[in-house]
Design a protein around this ligand. Structure first.
Ligand code: FMN
Length: 221
């Protein structure tokens, strides 16, 4: 069996359905309540961590630092398959604001390619360059979730910003937005693959064992 048996299945699904990049991402609030929302899949690292991004001021980073176990549900409509992935997540903001070493330990990638602060800052920069200017601008706007009548007029917020600029004023705006941009990395511990096209349907589960190998179980759908 391959080192990460479920990974080629996700890769194949994404190859066939490159637009199916939205999944439901569930965390636990500080009060212990489940919270779920959609996020965009932004990539898979060399050692099979799933990546998405967020604003450091949203709830996800707080939830994860309090309770790192998360679950995602990813339905690929065209092929009618679902991945349910449970794992440990960390948020990786600007290096000056947190200890990336702790995140690396939580993800279990110490000594691996993703095991350095530089790797993560390079990745954060790459992802920042890859999102739309409209999305980037959101990171410079008032704190998400704040009451609208407590923030400055929305006509003053830039609609779009580039990833970098040679104009000092514009670069200042970009730096402020980039400071709020964080990666969320998920280290899967259990994966379930549900195939709804074949009759009878098929459901396959993998669980990561202590040594890092994956144990496969086929279950009744
Ligand atoms: C299709 C879709 C994609 C989204 N992608 C993201 C994303 O990649 N990252 C993100 O932080 N929020 C994304 N959102 C917004 C979140 O669902 C959510 O509203 C927001 O992040 C605030 O959530 P939180 O305060 O619980 O963290 C997306 C929403 C939709 C509908």
């Amino acid at each position: 069996m391959s080192k990460t048996p479920w990974l080629p299945l996700i890769e194949q699904q994404l190859k066939e359905n490159p637009k199916s990049t939205t999944y439901a991402f569930s965390t636990l609030s500080e009060e212990g309540n489940p919270k779920v929302r959609f996020v965009i899949h932004r990539g898979i690292t060399p050692n099979a961590l799933l990546l998405t991004t967020t604003d450091t001021r949203m709830s996800k980073p707080k939830h994860i630092s309090h309770s790192p176990t998360v679950e995602i549900a990813w339905w690929i409509e065209a092929t009618n398959v679902q991945f349910r992935i449970t794992g440990k997540a960390v948020s990786i903001p600007t290096p000056s604001s947190s200890s990336i070493q702790e995140a690396i330990k939580t993800l279990g990638v110490d000594g691996l390619e993703e095991g350095s602060e530089k790797w993560w800052e390079d990745k954060r920069k790459e992802l920042w360059g890859g999102v739309s200017g409209h999305l980037r601008a959101g990171f410079g706007r008032p704190t998400p979730g704040k009451k609208l009548d407590e923030v400055e007029g929305s006509d003053k917020w830039p609609e779009t910003i580039p990833s970098e600029s040679d104009k000092p004023d514009e670069q200042k705006t970009i730096d402020a937005a980039y400071d709020h941009f964080a990666i969320i990395a998920i280290a899967p511990e259990a994966v379930e693959y549900l195939e709804l096209k074949p009759i009878p349907n098929r459901r396959t589960q993998w669980k990561r064992k202590d040594g890092g190998e994956w144990e496969e179980t086929k279950v009744a759908p």
